[in-house]
Design a protein around this ligand. Structure first.
Ligand SMILES: [Zn+2]
Length: 494
């Protein structure tokens, strides 16, 4: 089993080597468990809580690295940055440790943004792949795009000038580039490789055979999204805004999950897969994985909380109090006072572990599924707006943005009130405004969608005639004398 899971012999190693290496690695880095709390305590953070957090963070990171990525790399909180955090930022510059952790959170969010850009990039993959399927050569697309970009930037950079002058020649070069005269210049190829933010040709070709190449399988995307959401949740609630975020802070997992999965379905919809054609099964699969990962921290809470109930709660100390507090968030500064006092552990378990678990297991998956299905159904329809041209991308964004707004301003608040009535007893002014806004927006959006569908739906972009065909890859206009490809806009959706 070990052999099958970790492919030991393929990596030229044995169980004994791995165990020895693991032990060595552990002994080498175990000092962090004691040094990190000491250093961060100098910033004013509670030492015992940092101790537990250090162990958990190292364990979680190393487990994911080993079990999921199958790399022999151990992860732990970085030494050096923690000293910068404690001595430079907090003691030196005089910020509170909460503010400093806020900065750490923001830098994490920037990384998340980078990851996001990688996801967005995949849309280009697929647009290219489809366009290449039309043209018959995947290499054509990046070359054409490079030439176009170069030509445009040269024309923009060129100052207006007399014929034969520098500006004039630059423009002329731009035009020659655009017409493809220097297409085969090795410099152009090198430049393209240097500037490439877009994927290389072979990856683009691979997209043709399998739309999943771009984003990975159902499991890959669900595990990536789930782990990112759980970590984001922990950082956000534990460090920055515990007092301000009400249980169960469903916004991050539901909105981030929706956004990632909506992005993931796009290439599949463009490939002609539909909800009726079985795409709903993929959605269920990724939602199941996502939910399972989202529940993991609560399983940990449940375990720790039960242990605390059957042993002496006071003996466990503030460390685990603060851990549960950072995991679940909402009691804010009252928790230490409430532990063992007015509120029993059983009640804390119910409010902050069991009910959130029920929320994420029972209410989140169907809500996300319905939103994703609505998002998909609308996008499927838009694929038949042949006359719309290259602006389909903006319409896709509007659809996903609108559904996300409905999720954030209407669905999540309503669901919160089903299970968390002890937190949300009344509606605030802004919640009511948000609901009215999203209802008006939804109605206006429906009318606008209907009108647009009448105007652009199933109309050939070349001859303007009505085409009685749903979108599928390779569809051509059936009108006599036209026969133009009907989804050429996929090539232009940059
Ligand atoms: Zn036509």
């Amino acid at each position: 089993m070990l052999e099958r899971t970790f492919q030991l012999s393929a990596h030229g190693t044995t169980v004994r080597t791995e165990l020895l290496a693991g032990l060595t690695t552990f002994l080498t880095m175990a000092y962090i468990i004691f040094v990190n709390p000491d250093i961060l305590a100098a910033a004013g953070m509670p030492k015992d809580a940092v101790f537990v957090a250090t162990c958990l963070a190292a364990e979680l990171g190393s487990l994911i690295m080993g079990l999921y990525a199958n790399y022999p790399i151990a992860l732990a909180p970085g030494m050096g940055l923690n000293a910068y955090f404690a001595f430079a930022v907090v003691q030196g510059m005089g910020y509170t440790w909460q503010m400093a952790l806020g900065a750490v959170f923001l830098s994490g969010a920037l990384l998340w943004g980078y990851y996001w850009r990688r996801l967005l990039r995949t849309r280009e993959f697929y647009a290219d792949a489809r366009a290449a399927a039309l043209v018959g050569d995947a290499g054509v697309i990046p070359r054409a795009i490079l030439m176009h970009k170069l030509a445009v930037s040269m024309a923009r950079a060129a100052p207006a000038g007399q014929e034969g002058g520098f500006g004039w020649r630059l423009r002329a070069w731009g035009n020659r580039l655009h017409s493809g005269l220097v297409l085969r210049l090795p410099e152009a190829r090198l430049l393209r490789q240097r500037l490439a933010w877009s994927p290389p040709d072979d990856e683009r070709r691979a997209c043709l055979a399998d739309p999943l190449v771009a984003l990975g399988s159902e499991r890959t995307i669900a595990v990536s999204a789930g782990v990112a959401v759980v970590l984001l949740d922990l950082v956000q609630r534990g460090a920055l805004t515990a007092q301000h975020i009400a249980e169960p802070a469903a916004y991050v997992p539901m909105l981030a999950g929706f956004a990632v999965f909506a992005m993931w379905t796009l290439p599949r919809v463009c490939a002609g897969q539909t909800l009726r054609g079985g795409l709903w099964r993929s959605l269920l699969l990724i939602l199941a994985w996502f939910t399972a990962i989202k529940l993991l921290p609560y399983v940990g809470d449940l375990f720790a909380g039960t242990l605390m109930m059957i042993t002496d709660p006071a003996g466990w100390g503030r460390a685990i109090d603060l851990w549960v507090y950072s995991m679940t968030g909402s009691l804010g500064p009252d928790l230490p006072a409430m532990v063992g006092a007015a509120v029993s552990w059983a009640q804390i378990l119910e409010w902050h572990v069991l009910r959130p678990m029920a929320f994420f297991a029972l209410l989140m998956p169907p809500a996300l599924f319905l939103c994703l299905a609505a998002d998909l159904a609308l996008k499927e329809r838009v694929l038949s707006w042949y006359a719309l041209g290259g602006r389909v991308r903006e319409v896709f964004w509007m659809i996903s943005g609108g559904v996300a707004l409905i999720l954030a301003l209407l669905v999540i608040p309503l669901l919160d009130r089903v299970l968390f009535s002890y937190v949300y007893q009344t509606w605030s002014f802004w919640e009511v405004v948000g609901m009215i806004f999203v209802i008006v927006l939804g109605l206006a959006g429906a009318v606008a969608f209907g009108l647009a569908d009448r105007r652009w739906g199933k109309r050939c972009s070349h001859c303007g005639r009505q085409v009685d065909a749903e979108f599928r890859p390779g569809l051509h206009c059936p009108a006599p004398g036209c026969h133009q490809p009907l989804h050429g806009w996929l090539a232009a959706s940059y």
